[in-house]
Design a protein around this ligand. Sequence first.
Ligand SMILES: [Zn+2]
Length: 292
Amino acid sequence: MVTMIKYLGKTILALMLLLGLTGHGAAKTKDCPGNKNALGVSRTVEIDTTGGPGFGFQHYKAYDFLKPGEVVLTFDDGPLPGPTRKILAALAKHCTKATFFPVGKLAAGYPEVLREIAKGGHTIGSHTVTHPNIAKKSKKKAVDEIEEGFSSVKIALGKPGAPFFRYPYLQDSKETISYLGTRNIAVFSTDFDSFDFKIRSSKKLLSRIMRKLKTDKKGIMLLHDINKNTARTLPAILTRLQAGGYKIVHLRSKTPVETLPEYDAIAKKKVSGLSASAGGRPMSSVLRTVEE
Ligand SMILES: [Zn+2]
């Protein structure tokens, strides 16, 4: 091992320090009741987010940690009861795990759905509070969006999520990248965008994903749990991944995100404000799709 690290040089050494590979918690196919052909989880990768490392080759190329055939499933923009629950059911049927990047406003609106995601053993990061293009915001507004997003997830979930952040529209800015670094929050781009927000046909979405995987062999896949077509197509995607011999890698953080008290207070106010204006009705019966 020592010889190998020396041989591969500094980059790989840094990568190995950053990513702790653990086997526990991984559901193997044989452990998945009622599904002999389950994808399961082939390995769980723990990420030390100190200094705010970036992942996803579309933007950040420092850490090439996936082996050929390995796929990380990620879902943005939820939670939304209908499609998110369908997605959770499809993942559960395969005893497999994903990473979700919820929008804070929706997390506050549907806290019960967010908790179901956590109950399913998935990792929950954040995707801002209202899904703006951060690159077009002032530093102050961008920081507010980032921090309130994490705080909203924490309030809705009842505990902090992972220090994993994805920029809306994948539009980052130098200023906020450095800021996230100081906050020890990892940034996730993608290795390939499924374009599921554009593709309305199940067949087309499935064939785009499988075609892309055939070329790339591996990757962090970007999907949207707010999207009905994605929810409808996911069972077929998972079946095809399993049949194609692809392996699912589950990401999790070494430590939870440390939210800032002033933003927790803002998030809390907004959640209770929604509750009061709803006249005591459960929030999910009052709120509908707000915005993507
Ligand atoms: Zn998004």
